[in-house]
Design a protein around this ligand. Structure first.
Ligand code: ARG
Length: 235
């Protein structure tokens, strides 16, 4: 059966929120590339179509509104599978394991959330990192000013320019930043949140979800997943 009937118009449209390297970000030529992009390219190939990326705020992705409104066929945004998101989206099998991490400028002495007393801590709006930090601050009655940024670039810029004392986001994203900007920041602490990323489709789009899962499973068994992992994440 032709896969083209599974997607709108001969293209597989992918909603994501840029930048989120190494999962999705523009290269020097302006092309969106990354770990997620490479995996969804396999889905597009299986369907016999091309992938087209739609850059849109994370809020609309994780809330289900973009997919359920037909803005995209699939979401690939380094998105953690959560019970709340499962109410509004259907997720693929997990394709990546992640945890949260606290990044500080090189030279900062901060190693724990407690040491951020009276300081500003940056997070990315709408993310699991924001949820985790807000819960920690509340549960432990921490005296920290949590500042939410609209995207990863704004968060990283705030940290690099000392607007905030530390920033929380997914560990692989900090590792990539350090790779691209050696010696600027360090990971001061990790929080073992045990997250798993999933691709998402509109609730009820079982046919497309099956194709995504089959493409993922094939990539895992034929070594393609490992190649993509090594290429974008490292050893
Ligand atoms: N993994 C985190 C979450 O699901 C952050 C994802 C942010 N992704 C992005 N493309 N901006 O909340």
């Amino acid at each position: 059966a032709s896969g083209v009937s599974l997607v709108k118009a001969g293209v597989l449209t992918t909603c994501t929120h840029l930048p989120y390297a190494p999962f999705q970000a523009k290269d020097e030529t302006g092309k969106v590339v990354g770990f997620d992009v490479a995996l969804i390219d396999l889905v597009a190939a299986k369907l016999g179509v091309k992938q087209e990326i739609v850059d849109t705020p994370f809020e609309g992705i994780k809330s289900g509104s973009d997919l359920n409104a037909g803005k995209c066929d699939v979401a690939a945004a380094g998105m953690t599978i959560t019970d709340e998101r499962k109410q509004v989206l259907d997720f693929s099998a997990p394709y990546f394991d992640a945890t949260q991490a606290l990044a500080v400028l090189t030279g900062s002495q901060v190693k724990t959330l407690e040491e951020l007393k009276g300081k500003r801590l940056g997070v990315q709006g709408g993310t699991t990192g924001e949820d985790y930090i807000k819960t920690q601050v509340k549960d432990k009655s921490l005296d920290i000013e949590v500042v939410s940024y609209k995207d990863l670039a704004a968060l990283q810029q705030a940290l690099a320019t000392n607007q905030i004392a530390a920033a929380v986001n997914d560990l692989p994203v900090w590792n990539e930043y350090i790779r691209a900007n050696p010696a600027k920041i360090v990971v001061a602490a990790g929080f073992d949140t045990g997250e798993q990323y999933g691709f998402a489709v509109k609730k009820g789009n079982a046919a497309l979800l099956k194709t995504v899962d089959e493409a993922l499973a094939a990539a895992r068994s034929d070594g393609t997943y490992d190649k993509i992992y090594t290429n974008w994440i490292g050893e």
